[in-house]
Design a protein around this ligand. Structure first.
Ligand SMILES: CC(C)(COP(=O)(O)OP(=O)(O)OC[C@H]1O[C@@H](n2cnc3c(N)ncnc32)[C@H](O)[C@@H]1OP(=O)(O)O)[C@@H](O)C(=O)NCCC(=O)NCCS
Length: 199
């Protein structure tokens, strides 16, 4: 049974990608299921492969199931959303699942939105969420050939380590706890931190 948590609406932000395009970044909702499925289906084959380590165009059912189980602490997902006409369109997704104080992350940015800083920003946001949740480490598996993600991870303070599988590297970074998130000046973190600490 998944423990219900209040939606952390204070984590919604607008962010300017490059110099001209705005996106909303917000914690994902279970109701985002179809939007996220459409986003996953729209990925180019390289992005799909780098995210899922396998070829194929089918939406990732495990990811969609995790979306149904978000609790904003041990299971967190963020989406970056833009509006096309009157419809919301997801252009990036980042998530972690935590166990024993360690968060395992994964993320993907839509092909047309890559190389404009969105991935870096989303990773920072995800790290702050994990720190706020009291997690002590964040890590992920990345294809050893995935230069963009490895660069991004290094620049974000991650170590890059050899994995058990020769195709993969492990990226890993210690988190400094909720105080670091508050100090980093994310709006609303202090209030949410206090309210969830006493919940
Ligand atoms: C990895 C990924 C999330 C980066 O997102 P992004 O929005 O392009 O990231 P940024 O614009 O913040 O750029 C991050 C870094 O990667 C570099 N980069 C981005 N695309 C690149 C490319 N195609 N080739 C080489 N470097 C690239 C950028 O130059 C930047 O490095 P720098 O600041 O040192 O110059 C995105 O490429 C992606 O979704 N890839 C497919 C899924 C994936 O690989 N997920 C990771 C495994 S979970």
């Amino acid at each position: 049974m998944i423990e219900a948590r209040p939606y952390p609406a204070h984590l919604i932000e607008t962010w300017v990608v490059g110099s001209d395009a705005g996106v909303f970044i917000r914690p994902a909702l279970r109701e985002d299921h179809d939007l996220v499925a459409r986003f996953l289906s729209s990925l180019g084959k390289d992005s799909h492969y780098q995210r899922h380590f396998q070829h194929g165009a089918a939406p990732d059912l495990d990811l969609l199931q995790r979306l149904d189980a978000v609790d904003y602490r041990r299971r967190m997902a963020l989406v970056a959303v833009t509006v096309a006409g009157s419809r919301e369109v997801v252009v990036a997704h980042a998530e972690y699942v935590a166990e024993d104080g360690r968060a395992e992350l994964a993320m993907v940015v839509a092909d047309g939105w890559q190389r404009r800083g969105l991935g870096s920003h989303l990773l920072r946001r995800l790290m702050h969420c994990a720190a706020l949740a009291g997690l002590r480490e964040i890590h992920g598996q990345v294809l050893a050939s995935n230069e963009p993600m490895i660069r991004l991870a290094r620049r974000s303070g991650f170590q890059v380590l050899r994995g058990d599988d020769a195709r993969l590297v492990v990226i890993r970074r210690a988190l400094n706890g909720p105080d670091a998130a508050v100090e980093a000046g994310i709006p609303g973190f202090a209030a949410w931190s206090q309210s969830t600490a006493t919940a």
